[in-house]
Design a protein around this ligand. Structure first.
Ligand SMILES: NC(=O)c1ccc[n+]([C@@H]2O[C@H](COP(=O)([O-])OP(=O)(O)OC[C@H]3O[C@@H](n4cnc5c(N)ncnc54)[C@H](O)[C@@H]3O)[C@@H](O)[C@H]2O)c1
Length: 380
């Protein structure tokens, strides 16, 4: 298969969809990989490294879209890319269709095959291509929180781990999933006193087993949160209710219970936030202060560490991309339900319920569509 990797052009997106190591894997299976000049530069990968791995560099984004059967990207195509997309071209990237009707209609019109990273789903309902970014954001939440606890950043002026003779900071983590677990590990490793709250008792049992002694687990409820915020120095919002807006676990009135310089990092801000006073911020201007409480609410935290994020993402996407390239998308999706669940828009038809429901558009059955494709292959 001919694979194309364009340079990301969405504002502030520094990741790239394929590393030189990924190119070498595609080459090992006999595929051809075209990478746009400078596509990997912001993630720390020079063109020479791609060439050494067997890629062919092309100067423009038009060249890449013009030649590739499968486009591998990070972010959804933006308006200027729509017209470059060809009928039947396979696009493997994050789409988040439900948040953009314009993108949905554009992909229907282009008759492309859109396989979305965010809906590739395992039988246990986990989302293997979202997990790496949650891991990055969870770990970053503590790094950023520690920074904003410093006095010059308007924080409480407390070192997370304390020093001998001085007690450490209290870190409260709301939600003990992927983000929460990674945040807890980092905070505990730095010596902070950590509390994780979750509504799943099974999850709390698991975390209680694996976490070090400076991590407590507490059942999440309004009473417990109200008590905990009074003595917390850093609070990380990491809850998720799949398919729904995050619940406001920290309400505006609770800010009055907090000490001056408490830092809130709402990682869940991309789903509406679990802290009522959080609104999305950017890496250029990550924080603001309300009632003497520092709010950090960056919606794309992994964007600040493109090297780590790129490698983490491609570690997860590559095995799926190889299946698509080795078998063709139709056979790969027929044989692997995880990939099949990633199909969102195919040749002008919506095949993912969440997208059809979001805009009241008709839904095609993906299994029937794959069968039709198979019959056409046989007849051909
Ligand atoms: N800002 C960013 O850059 C960024 C990056 C990655 C992920 N995220 C977001 O971080 C959030 C968490 O993602 P995740 O991968 O850890 O999800 P996850 O599903 O692994 O974990 C969510 C946890 O929240 C718990 N939960 C649900 N309701 C709760 C409540 N009322 N109180 C306490 N816990 C509750 C669930 O039981 C679950 O354990 C998501 O909104 C995700 O989109 C943001």
């Amino acid at each position: 298969m001919v694979i194309g990797v364009p340079k990301e052009i969405k504002n502030n997106e520094n990741r790239v969809a394929l590393t030189p190591a990924g190119v070498a894997e595609f080459r090992r299976f006999g595929h051809t990989v075209y990478v746009q000049v400078n596509a990997g530069l912001e993630s720390g990968f020079e063109d020479e490294e791609y060439i050494d791995a067997g890629a062919v560099m092309l100067p423009t984004i038009e060249d890449i879209y013009g030649i590739a059967e499968m486009i591998m990207k990070v972010k959804e195509p933006i308006a200027s890319e729509y017209e470059l997309i060809k009928e039947d071209q396979l696009l493997f990237t994050y789409f988040h269709f439900a948040s953009s009707e314009a993108l949905t209609h554009a992909m229907i019109d282009r008759k492309a095959v859109c396989l979305a990273y965010e809906t590739v789903e395992k039988a246990d309902r986990s989302l293997p291509l979202l997990i790496p970014m949650s891991e990055v954001a969870g770990r970053m939440a503590i790094q950023e929180g520690a920074k904003y606890l410093e006095k010059p950043q308007k924080g409480r002026g407390i070192l997370l781990g304390g020093v001998p003779g001085v007690k450490p900071a209290n870190v409260l983590i709301l939600g003990g999933g992927i983000v929460g677990t990674q945040a807890a590990k980092m905070a505990a490793g730095l010596g902070a006193h950590v509390t994780i709250m979750d509504i799943s008792l099974n999850r709390l049992r698991y975390l209680s087993d694996i976490m070090p002694p400076n991590v407590d687990t507490i059942m999440s409820n309004e009473y417990a949160i109200r008590e905990a915020v009074k003595t917390s120095d850093l609070i990380v919002g990491a809850v998720l209710i799949p398919g729904a807006k995050a619940p406001h676990l920290i309400t505006r009135d609770m800010l009055a219970l907090m000490r001056e310089g408490t830092v809130l990092v709402d990682v869940a801000v991309d789903q509406g936030g679990c802290i009522e006073t959080c609104t999305p911020t950017t890496h250029e201007n990550p924080t603001y202060i309300i009632d003497d409480v520092v709010h950090y609410c960056v919606a794309n935290m992994p964007g600040a560490v493109p090297y780590t994020s790129t490698v983490a993402l491609t570690n997860a996407t590559l095995s799926y991309a190889l299946q698509l390239a080795n078998k063709g998308w139709q056979k790969a999706c027929r044989e692997n339900d995880e990939l099949k669940r990633g199909l969102n828009v195919v040749n002008g038809k919506i095949v993912y319920k969440g997208v059809a429901d979001a805009f009241g558009l008709p839904l095609d059955d993906v299994t029937e569509l794959l069968q039709r494709e198979e019959e056409e292959e046989v007849n051909f």
